[in-house]
Each structure stands twice: as C-alpha cells, then as structure tokens.
Design a binder for this molecule. Sequence first.
Ligand code: 2NL
Length: 347
Amino acid sequence: MDLSNALQSLVSELQEGLNRASSLEDLETLRVDFLGRKGRLAKIMALLPEADPDKRPAIGRLANEVKEHALGLFVSRKDLIEKERESLSLARFDPSMPGRTFWQGSLHPVSLVMEEICAVFKGLGFEVASGPEVEIDLYNFESLNMPPEHPARDMQDTLYISEKILMRTHTSPVQVRTMLAQKPPLAVIAPGKVYRRDSDLTHTPMFHQIEGLMVAKGISMANLRGILTAFVRTVFGPETRTRFRPSFFPFTEPSAEVDISCCLCAGRGEIKGEACRVCKGTGWVEILGCGMVDPNVFEAVGYAADLSGFAFGLGVERVAMLKYGIGDLRMFFENDVRFLAQFGQYC
Ligand code: 2NL
C-alpha cells in the first residue's frame, strides 16, 4: 500500500478506536498503539526512506498533519470522557444529606459524682482541699490514732513505697495537713484517689474517696447528722431517709455508719414480690462512715483539747453505683465508650 493511503486510513481507524474507548485507560492504550515510539504512525514513517524521493516531502507533511489531527482527536475524546465522569459523580452526590457529627466526649461517672458531692458541701460552707497520693506514714496513720503497734493498721492493706512512705489509703492525710497549716474553726472536704492492696470483684487497688472534716468549739453529733442528712437528700432525692448505726474507726469516737433508704426499691426491700437486689431485701444500703474526731488526732496536730469536730468518709464508686444503678465495679475501670457515653449530656 502507498504510504499516503496508509496515513489516511490510520486516521479513520483511530476515529473508530476513539469511539469505542470509554475510559482514560483505554485512551492511553490507544495513544501508545497509534502515536507511541513503536506505534503505527512510527512504523509507517520508518518506511519513508523507501518511498519515491519526489513524493517524500508531501508524505512528510501529510504525516505531520495526521499526527496533529490525531492529537486533537485524543484531546477532545479525553475532555468528553472526563465530563461524563464528573456528571456521574455529581449525580451520586446528595447535597441535602446531613453531615457527620463529631464524637462528643463526656465526664467519667466517677468525676461527675465527685463534682456533684463537692458542690453540695461547698454549698454548705466547706472548702475543697487536696494533697499528695504518695504520703508519709506520719500523716496517713500515726497522726490518725494508729501507732505502729495499733491493731487497726492491719485493717489497711497498704501499698508501701518504703518503710515510712506509702500510697495513701484514705484522704484523711489531706485533713491532717490542713489542720497542721490552719487554725480552727475549719470545714474541709478532701476528694481524691486512694490505694489499697486489694483486687477482686468488688475491690480495685485504686478507688476514689471523699472525706469531710469540721472542727470548731461546740461541734456535736447533731451537726454531723444535720450536714449528712442534707447531703443525702440533695444527692439521692428529698424523700431519702437516713439511719445512723454505731460503728468503730480508729480516728473517731464515737463512730457511726450511715445507711440510706434503698433508692432502687424506695426502702421497701422488695420489688414485685422479689427481694431487692441492691439492698438484699433490707430496705437500707450503707453509704458512709463517720464520727466525732478522736482527741488523740487533735493532740497529734497540736489542736487545743477544748475543740471538737466531726469527720466522715465515703467511697465515690459506691455512691455512683447506687445513684446510677450500676451493678459491677469493673464498669468504671474498663472505659468502654458505650458505658461512658451514657453519662454524657450530648450523646
Ligand atoms: C469510711 C469511713 C471515715 C474519717 C473517715 C477522719 C479524718 C480525720 C479525723 C477523723 Cl483527719 N476522721 N476520717 C472518719 C470516720 C470515717 O471513713 O468508711 N470511708 C470509706
């Protein structure tokens, strides 16, 4: 075949190929096939030296025209394919669809309850105090009427750092530090983490406690009852009843444990003929320990003997479990967002 004819038919074959090409990948294959270094145009041009010398300039010009024309065809086909793609993705795009919202964090239930309890006592005139979690024996035990030989020390399964340094087993050392630094009268609460050498279904090595202390001349058990009753009614609801039972703590005398009427069965002890699972059918649940500060504690911090005061301590996880009806202590420490998100305001 004559080279001019070969060049002409190249254009019509390219046109057919372009019409069939439906993707940019097809287009590229076609471009390599026709215009590539070893493509069909190159192969035809390789035959130019064999052509009649008179016709070579005309064939050369024609070859350039064919190449220019082919490039133009490629560009317009590419434009068309791209436009089709765009309109397809625009057809799938729905601008009226709602956007995705961000995850909203929320406070841990233990933090929520701790904040709530602190707010109640702040409202009753208490100041919030804090102190170190690694304590000295003197502030954690010795000043709290628990000398080394005292049997009560065996009650605490303590995590020791060294012989005289330990992880605090309660937040009482915060109140000891406050009394050493401040003159009476005072009213403080100490919220924070405490540590015990204990780990099973109902005990974790770290948990949260809030202790309170009020010291002044003439403070009595009646003041203790009044403050604690106000606290219970605010946190658990105004219909909640309280009961004080005699108890023992090394740092208070007399001492008491406070029960509240069960918030699940409203103190009835049963729900639909079955014993209540929270209060085990008694109608009451223990919520905190308290008492009148032992004179030995005042002596240890250098307070006058004519003072009196009350103190109390409560476990925050326990209060949170009762308040929210949580049956398993481990929920607080697993940090499963499906659990935590239930306490958020916007979830
Ligand atoms: C409980 C009982 C209690 C105290 C804590 C205290 C602190 C000072 C002086 C006297 Cl500085 N007492 N704290 C008193 C009675 C009970 O806690 O069961 N806590 C979970």
